[in-house]
Design a protein around this ligand. Structure first.
Ligand SMILES: [Fe+2]
Length: 409
């Protein structure tokens, strides 16, 4: 399912989901929210925290009980017609009633209990003929078609034929082909994935952000090539450095900021998204990197091998991608939660599915009280990726040899 269809499906589902169930989930969420009580329970071991620091992710084995896994699988397979299972508590319980909550409460901090999630089902399939979001034929992309990116990036469907024109012409045609049509270049332009072109009216922040991804695995993913989520191990350190450099240059962060053009005009269709800035890519490319047919080398991601009930936690700053389920015999099923530490915006509730929570799900402008600059807070978080990981501070200090001095934005 393409991301924009998924988005429409999520929100249609949220609207049509049984009202009584919605109210009960909301009541529980509001109750916990009012108390901001951290759930005590399982925590990451020192080794797990060290690996989260070093690699940018950690797999928490058996974070979710078999009963919760079975209930979620049942709900997905027996979803009522016209409803989206990702808003059902059988799915949100994968975080709200599992070890994921106490683990994150301790390592990261308090967060809104998710009321929705992304049901990441990938059917087995062969390499495709279509142009992917980075402007290359899927069949020619190495590493099972991985398109490593960070979230919160506006994605308008890329042209499915080779386009011609100057970069300016191609850029303008591209941003005019989104769901709102030709409205000029502004923060009101939306992607088919419902992410705005820029988060802020001044167009200085080109991406949404949150604190952590939690991917809960619901099927056997212990063998590569079965649609696993793939991560660029260790790249969170480089993306944080890159954001600081961007901010240093002119205060702009994300695509269309320094060193990060939005579009790649040299790719196969001449209009692909630059999902990862070249300065970051370069750090992960060497002689062993595989290439697309044009000779372009791509950073090799790590396929995250998991069993049902395992959960992978990553920092937002971690480049990641779904991959092709080429060798699988069943649907790859990962349930994806996007979680933000409550301290970023204590007065705003996040759903657990949005990757741009400083705006509404469909780009609506939200109200912020006097003195609360959401764009600045998010730039700070992108440049200080451990700031929202309250239980990681000792490890960060130990690994970096000194307490971190905040990078001021
Ligand atoms: Fe993503």
């Amino acid at each position: 399912m393409t991301s924009h269809l998924l988005d429409a499906y999520v929100w249609e589902g949220l609207l049509t989901f049984r009202l009584t169930d919605k109210i009960s989930i909301l009541k529980t969420s509001i109750q916990v929210l009012m108390e901001h009580k951290k759930v005590k329970g399982r925590t990451l071991t020192r080794e797990e925290k060290l690996s989260l620091y070093r690699d940018g992710y950690v797999v928490v084995k058996k974070a979710v009980s078999d009963e919760l896994v079975d209930a979620a699988r049942y709900r997905i397979n027996n979803a009522e017609k016209g409803t989206y299972p990702g808003a059902h508590e059988d799915l949100t319980n994968l975080v709200n009633a599992s070890d994921v909550t106490p683990v994150l409460h301790e390592a990261m901090g308090y967060f809104d209990p998710p009321i929705a999630c992304q049901v990441g089902v990938l059917r087995p399939r062969k390499p495709g003929e279509y142009f992917n979001n980075v402007g290359y034929k899927d069949k020619g992309m190495p590493y099972f078609g991985a398109e490593s990116h960070m979230d919160g990036l506006c994605t308008i469907g890329v042209p499915q034929e080779v386009v011609e024109g100057t970069p300016e012409e191609i850029y303008y045609r591209y941003i005019s082909s989104g769901p709102k049509g030709d409205i000029g270049r502004s923060a009101d332009v939306m992607g088919h994935n419902s992410v705005p072109l820029f988060e802020d009216p001044a167009m200085t922040l080109g991406m949404g952000s949150f604190t952590t991804f939690a991917f809960v695995c619901l099927n056997d993913q212990t063998r590569e090539g079965c649609g696993q989520t793939a991560l660029l191990r260790g790249a969170h350190h480089e993306t944080e450095k890159f954001f600081r450099w961007q901010y240093e240059v002119n205060g702009h962060i994300g695509p269309e900021g320094p060193g990060w053009p939005r579009l790649d005009y040299d790719c196969e269709n001449h209009c692909g998204l630059v999902y990862l800035p070249q300065m970051v890519r370069d750090k992960f490319i060497d002689d062993t990197s595989d290439s697309s047919p044009d000779g372009m080398k791509w950073p090799r991601p790590t396929q995250i091998l998991m069993e049902p009930g395992d959960a992978c936690l990553t920092l937002f700053n971690m480049p990641h991608s779904a991959t092709r389920n080429e060798f699988g015999t069943e649907n790859r099923t990962n349930i994806i939660f996007r979680i933000r530490n409550k301290k970023r915006q204590p007065n705003h509730m996040v759903s657990g599915v949005s990757d741009h929570p400083d705006r509404g799900q469909r780009g609506e402008w939200l109200e912020y009280e006097e003195g609360n600059d959401p764009w600045l807070r998010s730039k700070f978080a992108l440049c200080n990726m451990w700031d929202e990981w309250e239980g990681m501070q000792d490890i960060v200090t130990e690994m970096e040899g000194q307490e971190r001095v905040p990078y001021e934005v």
